[in-house]
Design a protein. Structure first.
Length: 228
């Protein structure tokens, strides 16, 4: 059976990764959360006090980064490893969320990440979610989805997720962070968040994860049949 590339883009906290993982599991495809790569790079920059206004410091720091996705035997999910260390939990912290959009806007950072993402998709059979997957990373992806949801729904979802790990977090903080990231992600100079002209928009404000999965799987199957 022919394999395709599925690109899922959209605003922060729209459930992109959840859908991407479900599709990948069902189709036996590789799932890549590209946001995790930008988060891991941010973690490395913060840990090493990299001045990201300096091109030479950024280039040097990137040269020292190795990213890998490795299946976690307990969770049965891919976890991102930064230079051999599993940083899947640490990159989900608010500290990272506050800086990641700034770092993801740096040209050299994007070139580094995009090159690796394209390599991962060389033999197709991949579902990748992010902000520029359908526009820049895989402009020829057979299926492109652009996910949206009401702001209040997104804040609520992200708040629940973060609160479970850290009850200190406030709803105001989560709301401000989402607004800031949406703004920075869609206004940056290098590959800003855009809906690709051939992407299907999927608003999941009133959809359960199961409904959303059923709809997207149907689209994926149609595209796979067309690719035969
Ligand atoms: O999907 P996420 O919230 O984990 O992504 C974290 C940040 O990384 C997001 O605010 C913008 C950036 N990002 C990006 O610029 N391009 C991508 N393909 C994925 C994420």
């Amino acid at each position: 059976m022919k394999k395709i590339v599925i690109a899922i883009d959209g605003w922060s906290s729209c459930g992109k990764s959840t859908l991407a993982r479900q599709l990948a599991d069902e189709l036996g495809y590789l799932f890549i959360d590209s946001g995790a790569m930008y988060r891991a790079i941010t973690l490395q920059f913060l840990r090493n006090h990299v001045n990201w206004e300096s091109k030479s410091q950024v280039e040097k720091a990137i040269g020292d980064i190795e990213l890998e996705f490795i299946q976690d035997p307990v969770e049965q999910k891919q976890h991102i490893h930064l230079n051999g260390e599993n940083v899947e939990y640490e990159i989900r912290d608010m500290v990272i969320a506050e800086k990641v959009s700034e770092i993801a806007a740096i040209r050299e950072v994007r070139e580094f990440a995009v090159e690796q993402q394209r390599k991962m998709g060389r033999s197709k059979g991949i579902v990748m979610d992010g902000r520029d997957i359908g526009t820049v990373v895989f402009p020829n992806a057979e299926l492109k989805l652009f996910m949206t949801a009401d702001n209040a729904v997104r804040v609520e979802r992200r708040f629940k997720e973060l609160y479970a790990k850290n009850p200190q977090v406030t709803i105001e903080e989560v709301k401000n962070n989402l607004e800031m990231r949406d703004y920075l992600d869609s206004h940056r100079e290098v590959s800003p968040l855009r809906k690709a002209h051939d992407a299907i928009e999927l608003d999941n404000s009133d959809l359960t994860p199961e409904d959303q999965f059923r709809i997207a799987l149907q689209w994926a199957r149609e595209k796979i049949a067309m690719a035969e």
